[in-house]
Structure formats: C-alpha cells, structure tokens
Design a protein around this ligand. Sequence first.
Ligand code: FES
Length: 582
Amino acid sequence: MATHCSSDNPQRDPKQLRSHRWFGPDDLRSFGHRSRLKGMGFDDIDYRDRPIIGLLNTWSDLNTCHSHFRERAQELRRGILQAGGFPVEVPVMSLGEMLMKPTTMLYRNMLAMETEEVLRCHPLDAAVLMGGCDKTVPAMIMGAISADIPVIFFPAGPMLKARWKTETLGSGSDAWKFWAERCAGNLCDSDWTDIENCIARSAGTCMTMGTASTMACIAEAMGLTLPGASSIPAVVAEHSRLAVATGRRAVELEWQNLRPSQIVDARTIDNAIITQLTIGGSTNAIVHILAMAGRCGIPLTLDRFDELSEKVPVLADLRPSGRFLMEDFHHAGGLAALMTRLTDILNLDCPTINGCTLGEQIAGSESLDNNIIRTRDNPLWPTGGTCVLRGNLAPDGCVLKTVAAEKRLLQHRGPALVFDNYPQLKAQINSPDLPVTPDTVLILRSAGPQGAPGFPEWGMLPIPQKLLAAGVRDMVRISDARMSGTSYGTCVLHVSPESHAGGPLALVQTGDEIELDVQNRRLHWHVSDSELARRRSAYQPPAERWTRGYQKLFDQHVTQANQGCDFDFLHGRTPGAEPDIF
Ligand code: FES
C-alpha cells in the first residue's frame, strides 16, 4: 500500500480548530460540553487543542458488506491517536444492498443529508467516511461536499475471491449467471445450494467491478482516499494498516485544512468519469457522478460522459465485462497502475487529500499483469464501453453498458413487449404463452426514480424461461430502471424522463417497433406523429401515492436520472448555517 505524499503538519493555531468553538470559550454552553465529556471519562488533555476526528461508521448487522467495520473503527482510532487527534465514532445510516427493500437508492439522499448534518452539527474538525456498499460511497461524499469539512474516505474493500468446484466465483455476476442456468434447467438443487454456501466468502463488498468497487475507484481517482485504497481486500492485514494510516492522515488533513471544495472541481469530476469508463464500471456511477457534480454546482450533462467515452478505452479486464476480480486487480497494481496508462487523458494536476497532485500520487506505479490491466494497444474495449443514447423514446437520454452486452445486439430492431410495472413482469415473464422471440425488445416501465419509487435495480429484465431453455442468454431490454453494477446484457437503462413522469416510455405499446442503433447513439421508437398524439391525449398520469414522511419528500424533490436523482434543494455549494450562534 502506498502512503500519502505529504506529512507536512503546519500546526495551525488550535484556536482555529472548529471544535474550539464548542470547548474553548469560558461560557455556560462550553462548560456543559466539557463537563459531559468529563462524565464520559475524558480529561481536557484528551481532546483540548487536538483535532477531533469523527468516524462516520456505516456498520450494521444488516449490512453484510460492512461486518468488519467495528474492528476497522478501532484501527482508525489507533491512527488518529498516533497523530495527536481525538477520535469519536458516530454511527450513520447503513445502506446494505442485500437486505433493504425496495432499494437502497431510495435512501442514498437520506444518508447524504445525514452525513452533511452530522458533520455540521457536531464539534468535528475532520472526519473519516467509512463506507463501501454501493450507495454509501456517493451518499457520504455528497454530504461531505455540502458540509465542506475536511474528510477522507475509507472504503470497505472487496470480498475475497470465492471458489466453487473448479470455478472462481464473483458475487452478483455469477449469481445472475447461475440463476439463468438454473431457470434453464441446467443446474441441480445441490449445486445451487453449494453456490449459495460459498459465493460470499468474507466480509467486504462485491468483488466484481460492481457499483461498490466502481465508486471506491472513483473516490480514489477524485483524490479522496489514501493511494491504493480502492482495491485492498476487506479482510487482509493490509486493510487494517490502511485503516491506521487513514486515521493518521485524517488528523493531518485538519491541520492542513484541506476541504472537499479545494479538491473537487470540474477536472476532478472528469477524472471520475474517465475512471468509470476505463474500469468498465457500473452504470450506477453515472447517476452518482451527476449528483456529486450537482452538489458542487458543476454543470454536467450526459453528453460529457459520451464525449469522454469516445476517447477512453476499457483497460480493466474485470467481471462483469471481463474475466478477473478485484483481488486480481489489486495484485496487478490496482487503480494507480491503470491510471498510469491514461496520463494523456486524466487531469493529473488535480489536488488530492494526500497533499500532492494525482499525477504525483500515481507516479512510479506500474501494472504487474497486462492480462488484468490491459495495455492501450490491447484494450478490453477500444472506446465507448458505456454510451449515452437519445431518441424519441428517451429525449433526455439513457445509458447502455456496451462492453457488457452481446455485440450482435448493438444494432437491433424488434417488436416491443411491454410490462407496465415490476409485479406484472414477475407474474408474466415465465408464462409459456408469453408472446416473445429472441428478437423481441422487452420493456419495463414504472421503475424510475419516482415510479418505483427509488429507482430500483430492475433493469436487467430476466430472460423468459422458455427462451433460456432454448439457449438464449441476452436480449435487448429497455427500462427507466437502473441495474446492478454486477449485471450484464443489452440493457438500456435510466430512460429519461421516466414513464411515471409522463416520459414517452409511458406510451409505448406491445408490438411497436423499437430500434437500437449504438453506432449512432440512437434509440428510436417507430411510431407515427398522429398515433403518438392520439396516445398522448388518452394518457392518464398516475395518481399520487406518497402522502407522508421521507417517501413524500423523495417523490416531490427527486430529480430525474439524467440529473443525478439528488433532491432539487440540495444542488449547489450554498453553505449551510454553521451552528456557532447557539
Ligand atoms: Fe454490498 Fe454488493 S452487496 S457491495
């Protein structure tokens, strides 16, 4: 593991510490703050004039990917104490992909708001953001950008590789693959149980290049982690050492007063997009990058993703697009090694929380395995591994992970088979009477940010059982949903505007001809203007469903997929009120 670049510790006057406002003054409120810490067993010497470092911990018994975070919190504390800081652990909402319904995406913005407010309302000088499972990463970074207090992101790290018989298993991707074989009648009960027993081998996030690993790599590329942090497996000793080093760095960050606003700008966001593209990363990252840019007030549209996609090759040969897993990627040199192959495209002069530029941070890294980290003249995919499509079905855009699709389907025209919602799809998809052929274009609506609600990962529509039995493994599928970063197939996602908001997807009917033309970045619905006008005039918008609480707030304020699905009132860098007047 590389260490950070700068250990300069320009001791600011401790009276400049943010926490000094709580503990320094000789007044009744400060007396109360100090006396209650004494009641917990801390003397002045423990915390006075020292940076107070919050450990925002997303540990939960219901987040399988973060089950090692209690130990890591202790190791982070060790590093903070070594560097002269005072660690305080603050639990925040945990978003575990595997056990939350309807989808963690419904709560990404809630965790982002919680992160922002927890940072703001407490006597914290800096913080370590302990996240990993998919949405925890963008949520905590979004909140930290808005709070603008020095932070360092500590990724949970991927699970160890799993093994079944002679096969190496990757969570998520291989679950989808073997489920298809089971539905096709090719996998017995005993094998299926064996796979269930071994596919999740340890604590940590999914070990494919799913959303968690994609977002961890993006956090590293944005300069928000220690170098090399994104791929260190969750349960190896190196990950414990990463925790201790992250704790030490958090204290230095405060003395150097390095804030997200000094790190994240439009060039950083470009680096995030370039990273998502070259690692063959999750399409979910597109939504999250849009949201992070929105928090900074950086104007960003889907067009920028497609512009960069034209010049960025996919160099990481990782599942679900390629062959290897995160542990392999780490041993091959990890993200820094990959980035040294893109020095002509990345913005290397971007600052990082490590006190050096991105270019200085990755200097000297090299790939140790060109099968895993491909060379520029032998990429996994030359350019356009993820593309943005537009057309009369998606006027505001939609996305397709071309590198994870069957190439023959990238130019395709076929009749639509429309499912109005997910329950209908579930009830009908395996019916022997389903009017479907391999050329059919499966369409799911009511699965977007407002429609589901929460924008669930339903976009990898299941292949109908009768086609699976006939050997079909991919079809063109279109929806206003997302799909898991571990998923694959010719799945057109994030159709905007979504059907629930009256987008054209609401008006498609079974039998309409749909044309996918990836080369020209086009998704076309063959419908006449007069027929479209007739359907539009007959359209009935859905009734309001959410009458209270967070779901009502979400429904009223969430933006569309092409805008990042953040709440409209959280856009921009407008600073929140610091709580120093009370
Ligand atoms: Fe947590 Fe995949 S379920 S990262």
